[in-house]
Write a protein that binds this ligand. Sequence first.
Ligand SMILES: CC(C)(COP(=O)(O)OP(=O)(O)OC[C@H]1O[C@@H](n2cnc3c(N)ncnc32)[C@H](O)[C@@H]1OP(=O)(O)O)[C@@H](O)C(=O)NCCC(=O)NCCS
Length: 178
Amino acid sequence: MGIPPVTPSPIDKSPVVKHPVPLDLRIAQVDDRDAVRAFLGRLSPSTVRARYLQPSLKLAGPSGERELNRLLAANAAKHVVMLAVDGADVRGIGELFNQPIGRAELGLVVEDAFQGRGIGRALLRRLTRLALARGIRAFTGDMAHGNARAVALLQRTGRPLKTQVVSGGVQFTLVLQS
Ligand SMILES: CC(C)(COP(=O)(O)OP(=O)(O)OC[C@H]1O[C@@H](n2cnc3c(N)ncnc32)[C@H](O)[C@@H]1OP(=O)(O)O)[C@@H](O)C(=O)NCCC(=O)NCCS
């Protein structure tokens, strides 16, 4: 299937690396609800597991609506929800949750058919910039054992990455500023 040509946007013209997908990166808004719902509905079970670490979570029906409510609840001071948008479609979501002592928990998910094209990296780069501007000095998070793509994404930032195996997964800390 062909990828449509890059359409520069008035919101964000920063290029996405590798095989480019037309992309704007912007903060989620309440009226993104339908596009975010459709995005969640396109995620494969393995991508949902990798993001949420809950084997039985299904993002359809009531649990999908709960997740939509969580993503679109306006609380900009504590929770940043960044969308990677390709025309009318959401292709990726990056989240930051403020934590104490200059940290933020990081969550990233990219639609299956668009993984490996630089969208995760673009989201991470934008969230890093935003975090540094807010005085956040480290990202923390959890991932499944063996999530090579997520590990590679974090390692390729060139920033110090600490991982710790815990029951049920791997906790990571990515140092943005020491
Ligand atoms: C992890 C995830 C967010 C990465 O986003 P992405 O858009 O697929 O990743 P990118 O295309 O930006 O690639 C970033 C780096 O990942 C690595 N990578 C890409 N494809 C890979 C693959 N198939 N295998 C291993 N590493 C890979 C590369 O190092 C790449 O850097 P490079 O382009 O400099 O080589 C995405 O794959 C995803 O949504 N996975 C499921 C959810 C998840 O695991 N979330 C992380 C836990 S919160």
